[in-house]
Write a protein that binds this ligand. Structure first.
Ligand code: GLN
Length: 219
């Protein structure tokens, strides 16, 4: 039977603003394509085996939960990196996106080490300011327009070797300065767009399902 296996990383801890809706939208779309969908939460103390999943979702969270998952996350680094390098489809939102990078300075100016799989880094904003509100971006590759909701104290800067996921049309995105939003590498997307993103942007959801299905036939 054709099966798509979804891993919801720390789904019990990192799941702000209905981020789980991304998993639901992806599963809905996959079922419409004739696939049976299995979703598993992989959390603290669980082993993440890269060969077991077709799609990984890593949601956003409060600073508190980001700190709680930090040590455990670092133990999963090798397998997560393997999944990403093998062109697995990986979507990380906000807190999850920050944790894929080098570090995040939280609202109390405390450093939370990231996975350091990617070189972006996240500082905090002065006077505990947050970027909150609707956001609209243009996909840096396809030109498609996506809408979402952002709420983050962190400001993220990409390194020279990273390509943005989108260009900001309205809202703040990575840092409110350079108009970049998120990053994309192979089939990994990091972004600040809650929404849930895949529920609000059917075109992106379909694209990610198509890549997931294509990956299965290549493997
Ligand atoms: N705690 C992080 C920040 O404030 C991430 C927030 C989120 O995931 N919504 O920047």
């Amino acid at each position: 039977m054709n099966k798509i296996r979804i891993c919801h990383l720390y789904g019990n801890l990192l799941n702000t603003y209905g981020d789980i809706g991304n998993v639901m939208a992806l599963a809905y779309e996959a079922r419409k394509n004739g696939y049976v969908v299995e979703t598993e939460i992989i959390s603290i103390g669980d082993k993440f085996d890269s060969s077991k999943y077709d799609f990984v979702f890593f949601g956003g969270g409060q600073d508190y939960e980001q700190r709680i998952v930090q040590a455990d996350l670092l133990e999963k680094k090798d397998q997560l990196q393997k999944f990403i390098e093998n062109s697995g489809v990986f979507l990380a939102i906000c807190g999850g996106y920050q944790l894929l990078g080098q570090y995040y300075f939280d609202a109390y100016n405390k450093k939370i080490d990231g996975l350091n799989i990617f070189n972006h880094y996240t500082e905090n904003q002065e006077n505990a300011n947050r970027f909150t509100g609707q956001i609209e971006i243009k996909d840096a590759i396809t030109g498609s327009v996506y809408q979402g909701f952002e709420n983050h104290g962190g400001v993220t800067f990409l390194s020279k070797d990273q390509k943005p996921f989108g260009i900001v049309i309205e809202g703040n995105g990575n840092n409110g300065i350079d108009k970049t939003e998120g990053f994309r590498y192979k089939n990994t997307i990091g972004t600040y767009l809650h929404g849930p993103l895949l529920a609000r942007n059917e075109n992106l959801c379909k694209e990610l399902v198509n890549i997931t299905i294509k990956n299965k036939s290549n493997n």
